[in-house]
Design a protein around this ligand. Structure first.
Ligand code: AMP
Ligand code: ZN
Ligand code: FE
Ligand code: FE
Length: 278
């Protein structure tokens, strides 16, 4: 059986792993395919693809975009995107630049809460590509003021917590539209994070085609629940580990994987979307 882990980050967003380390780890796990899905960035895809022929691992080009509602944070994965598209890359650049500004505002808020964290240190941790809250959390840990990620997110930087700052807000139409326009298949990431199933019909109206049923943070009962939702709405089923290298404490790649047939379904859907939207 061939397997794929369809949700992997690189150090072009908030993983600690380079594309080379990601591909080596995928090889060790015997995966046939992985999807590189960095937040607001596609720069990790090319360097990963360079290792496809030597390691025999297919790279599905992906991205993870954020949508915000007043009461929900929604992550949308885009699969099989034309990641070289200039206009799409420009959109990612706008989001990346806005993220820098956002970090300065989060640093101010953290300082006001008595947590003296330096923007420069966060940018250094982030390195290439996008900077995000996982880098903020690591910098806060380094101050020694707070002992673990759970508390940092739970008390300060989690969605709608006192030091949380939104990035440029994408509506569902904008996020899904950007993905569809480059032939990508929009998929709702870790739906339990959004926690609001009632938004799913609206997302489908805006172009959603799939749902990440299998994810590191999903319990079996949640998998069953989202599988049922996928069937009800005719959505594709995907799954992945959401590996962030050591960024979330342990290496997750390959711990969640799906049969390779699901990759074929994504490709078929991408071909249909390309016919319709390009
Ligand atoms: P950002 O794109 O900057 O908003 O940050 C998103 C990153 O923060 C992703 O890697 C998420 O998994 C992580 N994240 C968001 N909320 C939490 C949380 N409550 N606990 C741990 N990680 C979180
Ligand atoms: Zn992340
Ligand atoms: Fe996510
Ligand atoms: Fe992710």
């Amino acid at each position: 059986m061939k397997y794929a882990d369809l949700h992997i980050h690189t150090y072009y967003s908030d993983s600690t792993f380079s594309p080379e380390e990601v591909m080596a780890a995928a090889h060790k796990k015997g995966l046939a395919a992985i999807a590189i899905c960095d937040h607001d960035c596609v720069d990790g895809i090319g360097p990963s693809e360079e290792l496809t022929s030597s390691l025999g691992i297919e790279v599905i080009p992906g991205v993870e975009l954020t949508i915000e509602k007043e009461d929900a944070e929604i992550h949308i994965l885009g699969y099989c995107i034309d990641w070289k598209d200039e206009e799409f890359r420009k959109k990612m650049k706008i989001l990346q630049d806005a993220r820098v500004e956002r970090i300065h505002r989060m640093v101010e808020k953290l300082e006001a809460e008595g947590i003296p964290v330096k923007a420069d240190e966060i940018f250094k941790l982030a390195g290439k590509g996008t900077v995000g809250r996982l880098h903020v959390a690591r910098a806060v840990l380094n101050t020694g003021k707070i002992k673990n990620f759970k508390e940092i997110f739970g008390r300060y930087i989690g969605f709608l917590k006192p030091c949380y700052v939104s990035n440029v807000r994408f509506t569902p139409k904008e996020a899904m539209g950007a993905i569809l326009k480059v032939g990508g298949v929009p998929v709702l990431a870790h739906p339990q994070t959004m926690g609001k199933d009632e938004y799913i019909p609206e997302l489908i109206e805006c172009g959603l085609r799939g749902i990440e049923v299998y994810h590191t943070d999903h319990k079996q009962s949640q998998e069953e629940h989202y599988k049922e939702i996928a069937e009800r709405y005719g959505l594709l089923v995907t799954g992945g580990s959401d590996c962030h290298g050591m960024g979330k404490g342990r290496v997750l790649i390959g711990t969640v994987r799906v049969p390779y047939e699901l990759v074929e379904k994504l490709k078929e859907e991408s071909a249909k979307i390309s016919d319709e939207y390009r």
